[in-house]
Design a protein around this ligand. Sequence first.
Ligand SMILES: [Zn+2]
Ligand SMILES: [Zn+2]
Length: 319
Amino acid sequence: MKAYQTLLYYCYSPIENAEEFADVHLQFCKSLDLVGRIIVADEGLNGTISGTRESCKAYMDAIHADPRFAKTDFKIDDVEKPTFIKMHCRYKSEIVHSGLRDPKVINPNERTGIHLEPHDFLKMKDEEDVVILDVRSDYEHNLGHFKNAVRLDIENFREFPEKINELAKYKGKKVLTYCTGGIKCEKASALLLHHGFEDVYQLHGGIIKYGKEVGGKDFEGQCYVFDNRVAVDVNTVNPTVVSTCFNCGVETLKMINCANPECNEHFTQCDHCGDKLEGCCSETCQQHPRKRPYDGTGYYVKVPQPVNLEKKKARQTMV
Ligand SMILES: [Zn+2]
Ligand SMILES: [Zn+2]
């Protein structure tokens, strides 16, 4: 039995004095020796945390004992070691950045897509008139996605609302949304309903729960996660690899950050190209004077600097 666990969870539930709550909650997490990242907003909680089994249990018990968060669904992974270095708990305007902040317009507690448990999602996804919609960002679905899923060309969930018009052609169909742990779907499906989509469903607990409960059938590739594991396997039924090396095109699952701290591009790269380019996305980045030493993981603890968008665009037009 592995000694540690990583918990993924969210709860849309109003929190009064959320800023103060975030401070107190941080101290509570530290007292349990947990590490991870929690976002607190007026609308609820969103976290990925890691620690010993005992600490994780104490945390889950405390959350469930609070009537505001009693219904929180934890996705639990057993891990060899904690999957974060530090503990952060921060107040933000939303628990997942969507730009949909007005609870009078979008409020998952009042109106959201019908939650499908993994076995229901599995049954329904291949029916006629069904569209499977991936609401995650490009770097996530490039690494893995459901077979036949509609994927969006977005770098961040806050771009999702701009894509509603593109999706209008699916209005007469059953739309099944999914994301990593379910949190984005709460707002994405609510927004679809708001825009006149009628038959909207969401995968409750996301890809992670689907992997645990039904073996991840028809999820192609790996699931991107927001901790230092970077990606996890979900499909034990019919697994495949869908991602390819950004530099040479060979199949690879390895996702790294460019060793040039100013680039920090998140991309897939095979070990061979990683060795050759020292964990950089290009020879230009390899020349950067502040290039970080590549240890084969492509994971850097230091908070990334903003991505150089102009450079990224230039590179995309080159491809
Ligand atoms: Zn390569
Ligand atoms: Zn780079």
